[in-house]
Unconditional design. Structure first.
Length: 194
């Protein structure tokens, strides 16, 4: 994968991908300030905007993680506000950070791999695939599974069908046709599972 994506090194101090997927992360989804390319100028932008998301793992509270980010920004010398700063606020502080928190976060959940239904799903997958499958107690993305589990009073299991190079959420996101056909067969087997 490193060769295919032309990556010389990865973060994580040599830890395996599966191990890293079980750690929280902070992702920068977008960053803007000033202009670049043909429209660039030597004007210093008065503001910068960044969109981030927090990938959680079991045991971390989403609200506490948001607060950790806010606390870190404050330790960097910024006055942190949760409303757009007015002129008086900007004049009163050398650095102001307006932080808009997403109120619809959720915690990560995990169904134990030795849970009876998880064992049955794994057995079906191995039967359909004709051998061992890759098993992970968590995934790199997030989904509102806690909401589903709380509403239904049960555990959840995700069975991804994506290829490793699918470019999820990008304009060239893709799914290999064989993954689709395998998924149809697998989902049918899960529907027939007792």
């Amino acid at each position: 994968m490193k060769q295919e994506f032309a990556i010389s090194h990865t973060d994580g101090n040599g830890k395996a991908l599966l191990e890293l997927l079980n750690e929280p992360s902070l992702n920068i989804d977008g960053l803007s300030a000033g202009r670049t390319g043909p429209k660039a100028s030597n004007t210093i932008p008065s503001t910068a905007t960044v969109d981030i998301d927090l990938r959680l793992v079991k045991g971390l509270d989403w609200k506490a993680q948001q607060q950790r980010v806010v606390d870190y920004i404050a330790t960097q010398g910024y006055f942190v506000t949760d409303v757009p700063p007015d002129r008086a606020t900007l004049l009163a502080h050398p650095g102001v950070a307006f932080v808009k928190r997403d109120p619809s976060g959720y915690n990560a959940v995990r169904t134990p791999m030795d849970f009876p239904v998880a064992k049955r799903v794994i057995a079906v997958a191995e039967r359909v695939r004709g051998g061992q499958i890759a098993k992970s107690p968590t995934m790199g993305g997030s989904a509102p599974l806690q909401t589903i589990e709380d509403s239904l009073g049960t555990h959840t299991i995700i069975v991804p069908i994506a290829n490793f190079d699918d470019n999820q959420h990008a304009s060239n996101e893709n799914l290999r046709l064989q993954n689709l056909w395998d998924a149809i067969e697998f989902m049918a087997a899960l529907e027939a599972m007792e």
